[in-house]
Design a protein around this ligand. Sequence first.
Ligand SMILES: Cc1cc2nc3c(=O)[nH]c(=O)nc-3n(C[C@H](O)[C@H](O)[C@H](O)COP(=O)(O)O)c2cc1C
Length: 165
Amino acid sequence: MKTAIVYYSMLGNTKYVADKIAEQLGAADEVDVIRIEPAKAYPDKGFKKFFWGGKSATMAEKPELAPYDFDAEKYDRIIWGTPVWAGTFTPPLRTFIAENPAVKAKQSAVFMCSGGGSDKKAKKKLAECLGIEAFAAEVLLFDPKDNVKDEDAGKIEAFCKALME
Ligand SMILES: Cc1cc2nc3c(=O)[nH]c(=O)nc-3n(C[C@H](O)[C@H](O)[C@H](O)COP(=O)(O)O)c2cc1C
């Protein structure tokens, strides 16, 4: 299956997982990785980081994105990657989905990173945004780059296995 991993990562945890999934799935599938960024980066330090990112997520904003290269027609499956912000998924994905409505017809899977909170509401909101009932596979990791744990490797492996079946 031709797969695109589309993700946003402010501080590298989601990128860390995206790279691991690309490596593992890449053994079986053709995988492209598309990292999306807002045209104007969110503040990434201190109080401002939580304030502006949290506000943008809560308001369901669609920030303008920096240029990216993506053609939905090339892919059978999209794997979405996002941190959990204020209980939901990050705004750059919202913009990306709006700009590429053809992704809604693809198989979707999702990985999320949080600081310890649940991804339940974030997954529900992302599924709503995509107009789908459920994801083909899903996994949540807690700051996997900043706090490396043995169990995370197993979680990522199980996620990839579910997609390779
Ligand atoms: C604006 C903002 C809001 C956040 N909101 C939550 C939250 O609601 N629940 C949670 O568990 N973690 C929250 N976090 C923590 C991140 O989800 C977590 O650190 C994640 O691993 C960061 O991914 P990244 O390194 O790819 O940016 C928030 C972080 C930021 C910057």
